[in-house]
Design a protein around this ligand. Structure first.
Ligand code: GDG
Length: 487
């Protein structure tokens, strides 16, 4: 049977992403149930999916070989794309997360290149393209998301030349000298060039891509375009591919409402009481990933404690580390390093009833997260490299009280917008400690002034603004070349 040939094969807006915004809850093995997995992408795209005849193709998060239970009525727009256990290992953990992820994050750990992973990536991308092709009605718009699916644009175009294709990369796009390490570099670039519009988080990523196309595809005319978000374009034989920067954001209004709700405010007060009313609270919230700089952050805090610039009596660091990609070696080693460091710090600087680091290897629910944001005096967002980093923007959105200060790595995409945060180079141990100390000691008036500016930006440039500006550019032109090369 043709995959995805379901009732909704007339969709005029199709999202294609590695994950569906739903997952199969198999706690009760006899009666698995669909549950929603909320997130920024869902809140941005849900209204569009609803108002247009929308569909979403993605993996449901479990490698069940057998049949899925039927989707709930309100979720008939969702179309699970199945993955086998081997594909999960080779396409997802392998090529996506042990090849592309580290390579695109400055090779902060060495990427592995494996031919069989590549084959799996090819096969799975082809399957996603087939699902998208089956779901899209004539002339539909298809929006492909992220590094797991970089071949889908060209594969989909081959199947359905009539659809309009957008692609957005959520992670950084590396400089050519790094990208060129990839044995399958030309195939990836060809895959992306199947799109009408390729969006990156930052202008720098778009520039890197344009430079790469100039080097890999000599015959093509690559030019710059003087549009606000479109930075350039590639003229192919029969059409034009536009390339631009669209920094993603958060559902600022939704988070603010949550932060203002009484249960969340009560929980914030409770957290502050539990941690000690007179202690200053520093907070980190990250997937447990080696790009997030958790280890460097802990070391900087350790340095403050060792120098007596902070003590367990006056300061506490709460680190939420969400379990992530746990079967991959670099993730396991990173976790072991972090947990050893937490033990060392608490062992050296703690007292009975008063440890300096509260480390939670878990996922907390959205209200708890909002309550933690509300309780934090200092939010530490200090990745070594990050496409954007939504936590930084969420923290700002969750502080209508104008309290708290944000320490932000200059290597997070968000740093290009949130310039009123306290910026830090997390590789610089001395500077890191100084910025942490400055944040802990920040004058209240100055802190409020900074937070007001940060909030102004995040509320204007929220996730709806992101989705609308991408789609406006995608729809803004026919995709065909208006008047010859150089036009
Ligand atoms: C990729 C790019 C880019 C985390 N722990 C919990 C929890 N979270 C939520 C956060 C935030 C999201 O997960 C993480 O988003 P980030 O942007 O920080 O990082 P990545 O997962 O690496 O995302 C990144 C993003 O895509 C979007 O384009 O910004 O650069 O790497 O929303 O709140 N949420 C809940 N409990 C947790 O314990 N509820």
């Amino acid at each position: 049977p043709r995959p995805g040939r379901t009732a909704a094969s007339d969709a005029d807006f199709v999202v294609v992403a590695n994950r569906l915004p739903l997952h199969l809850d198999t706690t009760d093995l006899d009666a698995p149930r669909w549950r929603r997995s909320p997130g920024g992408l869902v809140s941005a795209l849900e209204p569009i999916l609803r108002t247009r005849r929308g569909a979403w193709a993605g993996w449901a998060g479990t490698v069940t070989g057998g049949a899925h239970p039927a989707l709930p009525d309100q979720d008939t727009r969702m179309h699970p794309v199945p993955l086998t256990e081997d594909e999960y290992r080779d396409y997802y953990e392998g090529f996506s997360n042990a090849t592309l992820w580290p390579l695109f994050h400055d090779a902060v750990v060495p990427p592995d290149f494996d031919q069989s992973w590549w084959h799996s990536y090819l096969g799975v991308n082809q399957r996603f393209a087939q699902h998208a092709a089956a779901l899209a009605g004539p002339g539909a718009t298809v929006w492909v998301q992220d590094y797991q699916l970089m071949l889908v644009p060209a594969m989909l175009r081959a199947l359905r030349p009539d659809v309009r294709i957008g692609f957005f990369l959520h992670i950084p796009f590396p400089p050519p000298e790094l990208f060129l390490q990839l044995p399958w570099r030309s195939q990836i670039v060809d895959g992306l060039l199947g799109a009408d519009l390729i969006g990156f988080q930052l202008p720098g990523g778009a520039e890197n891509f344009l430079q790469l196309v100039r080097r890999l595809r000599r015959g093509e005319d690559v030019s710059r375009a003087p549009h606000a978000s479109v930075l350039g374009r590639v003229l192919l034989r029969d059409r034009e591919v536009r390339v631009g920067a669209f920094p993603i954001s958060v559902d600022a209004a939704g988070l603010e409402d949550l932060a203002r709700s009484e249960p969340v405010r009560e929980r914030t007060r409770q957290i502050r009481r539990q941690l000690g009313e007179r202690r200053r609270i520093m907070l980190g919230v990250d997937r447990l990933d080696y790009t997030k700089g958790i280890d460097q952050r802990l070391r900087a805090f350790e340095g403050l404690l060792a120098a007596g610039r902070a003590t367990a009596q006056d300061t506490v660091l709460v680190q939420i580390a969400t379990p992530s990609r746990e079967r991959i070696g670099h993730y396991r080693r990173q976790r072991a390093r972090i947990e050893a460091r937490v033990g060392q710090i608490n062992g050296a600087f703690g007292q009975v009833g008063q440890v300096p680091v509260h480390y939670l290897h878990t996922t907390v629910d959205r209200s708890e997260l909002a309550a933690l944001y509300g309780a934090a005096d200092v939010m530490l967002v200090t990745p070594l490299r990050d496409g954007m980093n939504l936590v930084a923007k969420e923290f700002v959105a969750a502080r209508p009280d104008l309290g708290g200060s944000l320490v932000l790595s200059e290597f997070a995409g968000a740093a290009q917008e949130l310039t009123r945060a306290l910026l830090v180079n997390p590789h610089h141990p001395v500077e890191f400690q100084d910025v942490m100390a400055a944040a802990l000691g920040q004058d209240e008036t100055e802190g409020r002034r900074r937070m007001r500016d940060l909030r102004h930006h995040v509320r204007e440039r929220d996730v709806h603004h992101w989705a609308h500006s991408f789609l406006a550019v995608l729809h803004g032109g026919s995709g065909s070349v208006p008047s010859g090369p150089g036009a």
